[in-house]
Design a binder for this molecule. Structure first.
Ligand code: NAD
Length: 226
């Protein structure tokens, strides 16, 4: 398997890339900053995922790709009333369009093989309507990722491509502020290490996910009910 991990330079993507390498998977990380993984993964390529042409050319240069994890993203806390058009556009360009570009770029190789798996990263914010884990525009972008995931699962199933999402609750990464309220927002009273989200991503990509498509794996410590 060759796995492309966008946002693999930090946090959830970095943990996913490292776990995949540990399992013998060939890994290509695409990130603005690949310094954290340089030398650790097979390919560490500086890429802005909002640049569709660059994403397409880089993915094609990697060779036959069989897995994709889209972890590049930002989570601004700003609310709807505090976010102007350029803020909204930039957020959706990264969280939604950046996800879609990577998916589009991986389809030709997966389609040719009649097999492939993609995992997007959403957020509990998409279900809960923002709040502590991100402002309204962020929650909307992650809800869009879920819609993209389900519809792509339908569209790509005839080609043997599965598409699922992992929706984390609070995860200890540079993206998350140091605030005790994050742990309190879950039933389990903890912020998850990124490695636990990586396990969920690799489960869906691997043989355990063979019969799963269009689904969301909620790894949130029970944040729905807290
Ligand atoms: P992170 O900041 O640790 O990692 C995000 C990575 O994305 C960084 O390496 C960054 O360089 C990269 N990136 C940002 N813009 C990019 C661009 N234009 N092109 C390429 N790479 C780019 O954050 P994280 O916590 O690992 O978050 C990963 C995903 O998980 C995000 O979509 C985030 O919304 C989601 N998420 C995180 C949490 C959490 O609590 N940390 C919870 C739910 C969902």
């Amino acid at each position: 398997m060759t796995l492309v991990v966008t946002g693999g330079g930090s946090g959830i993507g970095l943990a996913t890339a490292r776990l995949a390498v540990a399992r013998g998977i060939r890994v290509a990380v695409l990130d603005l900053d690949v310094s954290a993984v340089d030398g650790e993964v097979d390919l560490a390529i500086p890429v802005d995922v909002t640049d569709a042409d660059r994403v397409h050319s880089v993915v094609h240069s990697i060779g036959p790709v069989s897995g994709l994890a889209t972890c590049a993203g930002i989570a601004p806390p700003a609310g709807l009333l505090d976010t102007g058009p350029s803020g909204l556009r930039g957020l959706f360009e990264l969280n939604v369009f950046g996800t879609a570009y990577a998916m589009q770029a991986c389809v030709p190789a997966m389609r040719a093989a009649g097999d492939g798996a993609m995992v997007t990263v959403s957020s509990v914010a998409a279900h809960r309507g923002g709040g502590l884990l991100g402002g309204t525009p962020y929650a909307a972008s992650k809800a869009a990722v879920l819609g993209l995931t389900r519809a792509a699962a339908r569209e790509l199933a005839p080609f043997g491509i599965r598409v699922n999402s992992v929706a984390p609750g609070p995860v200890a990464t540079p993206l998350l502020a140091d605030d005790p309220r994050f742990a309190e927002s879950t039933l389990l009273g903890r912020v998850a290490p990124a490695e636990e989200i990586a396990e969920a991503v690799l489960f869906l990509l691997g043989p355990g996910g063979r019969n799963i498509t269009g689904e969301t794996l909620n790894s949130n410590g029970g944040a729905y009910f807290a």
